[in-house]
Design a protein around this ligand. Structure first.
Ligand SMILES: [Zn+2]
Length: 147
């Protein structure tokens, strides 16, 4: 079930997540509602219980804002079914390993990025890894000829 809330309002959706975590980050006056799938909140709460705290960098996005930030067209963010989760104490890969243990999230989409993980409650399991993920982890070899 996808719920509609007025943008800007504070409302506790679950013990650890508030509606403010899900509002679109745009400043358009036309962006007036926030869509949040309760199933997503339930999955995030289950993830929080086993993985500890993480921040939701992006929840709902109106379509213009999703386009502005070059989000994937028809992103699950635009229907309130996705959240970008940035771990506070874990590595993204570690947070992902917890996410796959949550049935609600494991059944949907999980993407691994440098900043954390995208999770969504789409009806089909999907997995992907940001191709840029490993760029930052490559350690430049010492070039001993470089004097
Ligand atoms: Zn918006």
């Amino acid at each position: 079930m996808i719920n509609l809330y007025p943008k800007g309002y504070k409302f506790q959706l679950s013990p650890n997540f508030n509606l403010v975590d899900f509002h679109c980050h745009c400043d358009s006056l036309a962006c007036r509602v926030t869509m949040v799938a309760q199933e997503l909140v339930n999955g995030l709460e289950a993830l929080r219980a086993i993985a500890g705290p993480f921040d939701i960098n992006s929840g709902y996005r109106c379509i213009p804002y999703n386009q502005k930030i070059n989000g994937r067209p028809n992103s699950y963010h635009t229907v309130g079914m996705a959240a970008d989760c940035a771990p506070r104490f874990l590595k993204p890969q570690e947070l992902k390993q917890f996410a796959v243990q949550v049935p609600t999230l494991n059944q949907g989409g999980i993407g691994l990025y440098k900043w954390g993980i995208h999770v969504d409650v789409r009806p089909i399991m999907s997995r992907w890894t940001d191709p840029n993920l490993h760029d930052l982890t490559i350690v430049a070899p010492n070039n001993e000829t470089d004097v």
